[in-house]
Design a protein around this ligand. Structure first.
Ligand code: NAD
Ligand code: MG
Length: 397
C-alpha cells in the first residue's frame, strides 16, 4: 500500500481534528506533510508533536514565532511558515498527495483552488469554495485532473449512492433528483416570536452534530442547507429544480438519490464526520473511522418534514441566489459570513442575519462570475456593505 502524504488546511478546527483522529488510526496509510491553523497556536503545536509534519502554517508572523518557540522547547523539527501564500504553497507542494480543505469560510477558497489547479486530490469540507466560485473551481479541477471528494456528510452520502462511474449526467444515470436531508437545527420547534431573542450560546448548540461556531449558526438559520444545495448543484451538475431538501431531525439518513424506477437510495450512519472523512481518505477501500455504529435496536423513529421558508428565510435566500447564479451565491456567502460574525459578537440579533443577507442581495446586482479576481472583489464589496448594515442595526450591549 502506498502511503498518502496529506496537507490539512484548518487542522485546528472541528473537521481538522476529526481528520487527524482518522489518520492516527492508520499510521501505515497516511503521513502528514503540512498542518495549517489560524490562531490556536498551542493546539497546532500539540498536533505537530503528535504528527511531526514537515511544515506548519499559521495566520501571521507573531503566531509563527510563538509556534516556533513552543516547538523548539519540545525538539520538534517542523518548519513554521505563515500567511495566505504559505497555505497555497503547502497545498501545491510536490510532496502533497491529498489536501483536506477544512478552513471555514471564503478564506479557504484560494488554497483550495490552488490545490485543484495543481491536480491534487481535494477532500472538500470547505463548502464556501463551491458557493463562492463553484463553476470556476469545478472547471479548474476538471482541467487539472484533480479529484474532488466531498467530505460534507450530505454530499458524501450522495456520492456513496450514485452509480459507480457517474459522469455528471443525471439523465444518463437515471436519476430524478437529489435529496439533501437537514436536521433543522436547534430551533426547529422554537416559537417564531422567540427567534429575535436567540443568543449565540443557544445557536451554537446543535442537537446532533459537534461543529465549528460559524457552521453551527448556519445550521440554526438553515443557511447551511442553502449553502449545501449550491454545493450539490456544482458537485453533481444538478439543476436547482432537481434538488430537494427535507428535514429529518434525527440526522441518521445523511442524504438520498431518487432514481427513475422509483427507488430511493440512502446512506445512513451516526452523526460523526469521521465516517465521511474515512470514506474519502480510504477510497477505494473502507477503513475504520472510530464512529459509533448505528444500533437498530435502540434507534428512535426516523421522521421527515417539509422545510418552512417563513421560519428559515436564509433557505429561501439561498434558493434565490442559486437561481440568480453568477456572483449571487458569492454575495449571499459574504453577507452571511459578516452577519454571522456580528451575531456571534453580540452585535446583531439572530433574525438580523437573514435581513442583512437579503439587503445585500437586493443592493448588489449579480453579475457573471468571470474570474476569481472579480469574485474576490465582490466578496470585499459585500463585506463592507454588510458591515455597514450591521453597524446601523447594532444592538445595545
Ligand atoms: P472550525 O471553526 O472548527 O475550524 C476552522 C478552521 O479554519 C480552523 O483550523 C481555523 O484555524 C481555520 N481558519 C479560520 N479562519 C481562517 C483564515 N482566515 N485563514 C486560515 N485558516 C483559517 O470549522 P469546522 O466546523 O471545522 O468547519 C470547517 C469547514 O468544513 C467549513 O467550511 C464547514 O462549513 C465545513 N464543514 C464542517 C462540518 C463539521 O461537522 N464541522 C461538516 C461539514 C462541512
Ligand atoms: Mg453538511
Amino acid at each position: 500500500m502506498n502511503t498518502q502524504n496529506l496537507t490539512i488546511l484548518g487542522s485546528t478546527g472541528s473537521i481538522g481534528a476529526s481528520t487527524l483522529d482518522v489518520v492516527s488510526r492508520h499510521p501505515d496509510r497516511f503521513r502528514i506533510f503540512a498542518l495549517a491553523g489560524h490562531s490556536q497556536t498551542e493546539k497546532l503545536a500539540a498536533q505537530c508533536l503528535a504528527h511531526r509534519p514537515r511544515y506548519a502554517v499559521t495566520a501571521d508572523a507573531a503566531r509563527a514565532e510563538e509556534l516556533r518557540g513552543l516547538l523548539r522547547l519540545s525538539g520538534c523539527q517542523t518548519e513554521v511558515l505563515h500567511g495566505n501564500q504559505a497555505l497555497s504553497d503547502v497545498a501545491t507542494a510536490p510532496e502533497t498527495d491529498g489536501v483536506m480543505a477544512a478552513i471555514v469560510g471564503a478564506a479557504g477558497l484560494m488554497p483550495t483552488l490552488a490545490a485543484a489547479a495543481a491536480g491534487k486530490t481535494v477532500y472538500l469540507a470547505n463548502k464556501e469554495t463551491l458557493v463562492v466560485a463553484g463553476s470556476l473551481f469545478m472547471e479548474t479541477a476538471c482541467t487539472a485532473g484533480a479529484r474532488v471528494l466531498p467530505v460534507d456528510s450530505e454530499h458524501n452520502a450522495i456520492f456513496q449512492v450514485l452509480p459507480a462511474g457517474f459522469s455528471g449526467s443525471l439523465k444518463d444515470a437515471g436519476i430524478e433528483s437529489i435529496i439533501l436531508t437537514a436536521s433543522g437545527g436547534p430551533f426547529l420547534d422554537t416559537p417564531r416570536e422567540q427567534f429575535a431573542a436567540i443568543t449565540p450560546a443557544q445557536a451554537v448548540k446543535h442537537p446532533n452534530w459537534n461543529m465549528g461556531r460559524k457552521i453551527s449558526v448556519d445550521s440554526a438559520t438553515m443557511m447551511n442547507k442553502g449553502l449545501e444545495l449550491i454545493e450539490a448543484h456544482w458537485l453533481f451538475n444538478c439543476p436547482p429544480d432537481k434538488l430537494e431538501a427535507v428535514i429529518h431531525p434525527q440526522s441518521v439518513i445523511h442524504s438520498m438519490v431518487r432514481y427513475a424506477d422509483g427507488s430511493v437510495l440512502a446512506q445512513l450512519g451516526s452523526p460523526d464526520m469521521r465516517t465521511p472523512i474515512a470514506y474519502c481518505l480510504g477510497l477505494p477501500e473502507r477503513i475504520e473511522s472510530g464512529a459509533a455504529r448505528l444500533d437498530f435496536a435502540t434507534l428512535s423513529d426516523l421522521t421527515f418534514r417539509v422545510p418552512d421558508f417563513e421560519r428559515f428565510p436564509c433557505l429561501r435566500l439561498a434558493y434565490r441566489a442559486m437561481h440568480e447564479g453568477g456572483s449571487a451565491p458569492c454575495i449571499l456567502n459574504a453577507a452571511n459570513e459578516t452577519a454571522v460574525a456580528a451575531f456571534l459578537d453580540g452585535r446583531i440579533r439572530f433574525t438580523d442575519i437573514a435581513a442583512a443577507v437579503e439587503y445585500c442581495l437586493d443592493k448588489i446586482p449579480a453579475r457573471a462570475a468571470e474570474s476569481v479576481a472579480m469574485l474576490l472583489e465582490t466578496d470585499r464589496e459585500v463585506r463592507t456593505l454588510a458591515e455597514r448594515w450591521t453597524n446601523k442595526h447594532r444592538q445595545a450591549a
